[in-house]
Write a protein of this length. Structure first.
Length: 512
C-alpha cells in the first residue's frame, strides 16, 4: 500500500524510483510524519520495496488482511497492492477509524491491472495489480489509526513493514498572466495551465530545477515572450537537473529570448535543457531569439521532440551536446546558422523539413551518430554535413536546391578521422554541388537518384542511375555496408518506430 500526500499518482510513479532512505518501525512513523518531510509506503504484494523492506507476517490471517495505518491530516489517498491471482470482494472493502466504518465508493476506485467482475476485483495472472482511492472525502481525524480490511482468495506471501521516504513538494501552479522580473528560480514541481502567458522583463530569466508540466492546447497555447515588443531581449527558460526528469512542454510558444551568463553558470539558448532525461516537447514553436548561439540547447539530456517548428533562429536553431534526442515531424526554417548542430550526440530525425537555413540543415560533429529517415532539405547552404568521427546514416532523403547537398570533412584533429556519409533510397536534385568529401572522410551511396555529378575517389556507390523515384533494389543497404561496424551500431540503437519509416520501394522523402 502507498500513501499519497497530494501529488497524484503520476508523481507517485516517480516516488517508486526513489531510493529508500531508511526502513523504520511503525511506532516511529508518527514523529517522522510530523516533520512534514516524509512519505510512507506499504506493500501487500511482491516486488515493491521487496529488497529494502523487512517482512512482516504477524498481521496476516487466513482470508483476511487487517493493517493499521498511522496517518496525518495531509493524507490524501491510499494505494493497495494485491497479490497475483487474488480476488477482492467490493462489498468487503471498508475503511475503519476507531468505531467509524466507511464503505468505499467503488465507482471511484482507480484500477491498475485489475478487472472488475460484477462485485469483485480480479487480479488473475497480474504481477502489478493495485487499486487507488482518495481519503479526502472521508474526513478522517488526524493521527489516529486507520484500518483497511478486505478478504482475498489468496493470502499474500509477504507483507512489508512501512518504509519512510523523503516526501515530494507540493506543486506550484501558474495560470493567466505571469510577469517575471530579474532571475526566478523554481525548486518545486511546476504546473503551467493552458493559455498561460509568461511575460519576461528585459534580461529576466526562469530556472526550473524540478519537474515542469507546461501542457497547453492548440486553442490555448502557453506563451513565453517579452512583456512588450520594444524592450531588450529577455533571457532564458532553463530546465535543469535530475529532479526535472519527465518534464513536458506541449503547445508552448517561445519567442524573443536570449540566454543567461553568470559567474557560476551559462545558458546559451532561449530554452536550455541541462542534465535532465525523458523530456517531452511536442506541438511547440520556437522563434526569433536574440544575441546568443542557440535557440534551443540540450546538454547531457534525453529529449523527444515532436511536431514542432523552429523559425528565424539568430544562429543555431537546435544545438545538442552529449545527449540522446529524437526529432520527428518538425520544421526548421530560416536559421541564421545551422538548423541542427550536434556534438557527441545520438539523434534520430524523421519526417522533418529543413528550408532556407544559413549554413547546415544538419551538422553532425564530434563523434555524433545521426539516423535520418524521410526528410526534406531545401535551399540550405549545406544540406547535411558529417565531420570529426561522426556518421550520418541517411534513408529516403530529398536534398533539393542546396548550395551543397552533402559534405564530409575533418576539422578537429582530436577525433583522428573525418565524417562518414551513407545515403540510401534518396533523391538529390538542383544542388550546386551534390557531394563534397574531403580527406579522411568517406561517402557511400545506394539506390539513389542524383542529378549531376556525384563521383570521387572517396565515394563508392551501388545500384545508382536514373531519375526514377522508384527504387531498383529491395534492400535498404548493400550487404557490404550493412556489416560495417558504425552502421550496425547506429541501427542497433535506433528506435524501432524510426526504422519503420524507411521505404525500400521508393527513393526520396514522401513529404515533398
Amino acid at each position: 500500500m502507498m500513501l499519497d500526500y497530494g501529488q497524484g499518482w503520476e508523481s507517485v510513479a516517480r516516488m517508486q524510483k526513489m531510493p529508500v532512505v531508511t526502513p523504520t518501525k511503525p511506532e516511529e512513523l508518527k514523529d517522522k510524519l510530523g516533520s512534514g518531510r516524509w512519505q510512507i509506503f506499504y506493500n501487500t504484494g511482491l516486488g515493491f520495496n521487496e529488497e529494502q523492506s523487512e517482512v512482516l507476517t504477524s498481521s496476516v490471517e487466513q482470508g483476511v488482511w487487517l493493517q493499521p495505518i498511522t496517518v496525518a491530516k495531509e493524507l490524501k489517498a491510499l494505494r493497495v497492492d494485491l497479490p497475483t491471482d487474488s480476488i477482492v470482494q467490493l462489498s468487503d472493502i471498508r475503511l475503519k477509524q476507531g468505531n467509524k466504518s466507511v464503505a468505499l465508493d467503488v465507482g471511484k476506485l482507480q484500477l491498475h491491472d485489475l478487472k472488475r467482475n460484477k462485485q469483485s476485483l480480479v487480479a488473475y495472472g497480474k504481477k502489478d495489480a493495485y487499486f487507488v482511492f482518495e481519503i479526502d472525502p472521508l474526513q478522517l481525524s488526524d493521527s489516529l489509526e486507520v484500518a483497511l480490511t478486505f478478504k482475498v482468495a489468496a493470502v499474500p506471501e509477504k507483507i512489508y513493514k512501512p518504509v519512510a521516504l523523503q516526501r515530494l513538494q507540493s506543486p506550484l501552479i501558474w495560470s493567466g498572466e505571469v510577469k517575471l522580473e530579474g532571475l526566478t528560480i523554481i525548486e518545486q514541481p511546476l504546473i503551467i495551465e493552458p493559455g498561460t502567458r509568461i511575460l519576461f522583463a528585459e534580461q529576466a530569466s526562469l530556472i526550473i530545477k524540478n519537474r515542469v508540466l507546461a501542457i497547453g492546447t492548440q486553442a490555448q497555447p502557453i506563451q513565453f515572450s517579452a512583456q512588450n515588443e520594444e524592450q531588450l531581449p529577455w533571457g532564458v527558460v532553463a530546465i535543469t537537473g535530475g529532479a526535472a526528469n519527465e518534464s513536458v512542454l506541449s503547445y508552448c510558444h517561445f519567442s524573443g529570448g536570449s540566454g543567461l551568463k553568470s559567474d557560476l553558470y551559462e545558458y546559451t539558448a532561449m530554452l536550455s535543457i541541462h542534465n535532465a532525461e525523458h523530456i517531452h516537447i511536442n506541438d511547440s514553436v520556437f522563434a526569433d531569439n536574440h544575441l546568443v548561439d542557440d535557440m534551443v540547447h540540450i546538454v547531457y539530456g534525453q529529449v523527444d521532440l515532436q511536431r514542432s517548428e523552429f523559425r528565424n533562429a539568430f544562429a543555431d536553431a537546435l544545438d545538442v551536446d552529449i545527449s540522446s534526442v529524437t526529432v520527428s515531424d518538425s520544421v526548421f526554417r530560416g536559421s541564421g546558422n545551422d538548423a541542427v548542430d550536434l556534438m557527441s550526440t545520438d539523434i534520430s530525425i524523421v519526417n522533418s523539413t529543413f528550408i532556407g537555413n544559413g549554413d547546415k540543415g544538419i551538422s553532425v560533429g564530434e563523434g555524433s551518430r545521426l539516423l535520418a529517415v524521410n526528410n526534406v532539405l531545401r535551399d540550405n547552404v549545406i544540406g547535411i554535413q558529417a565531420k570529426d568521427g561522426s556518421i550520418a546514416l541517411l534513408f529516403n532523403q530529398s536534398l533539393l536546391s542546396n548550395q551543397t547537398a552533402l559534405a564530409a570533412y575533418k576539422k578537429n584533429w582530436r577525433y583522428g578521422m573525418g565524417g562518414l556519409l551513407i545515403l540510401a533510397k534518396s533523391i538529390l536534385e538542383g544542388n550546386g554541388i551534390n557531394l563534397l568529401v574531403e580527406k579522411q572522410s568517406k561517402a557511400y551511396l545506394f539506390d539513389s537518384a542524383i542529378t549531376g555529378d556525384y563521383t570521387g575517389k572517396r565515394v563508392k556507390s551501388w545500384v545508382m542511375g536514373g531519375a526514377s523515384v522508384k527504387g531498383r533494389s529491395a534492400l535498404f543497404l548493400p550487404a557490404e555496408l550493412a556489416m560495417v561496424t558504425e552502421v550496425m551500431d547506429v541501427l542497433t540503437h535506433a528506435p524501432d518506430n524510426v526504422l519503420a519509416k524507411r521505404n525500400n520501394q521508393w527513393r526520396g522523402a514522401s513529404r515533398l
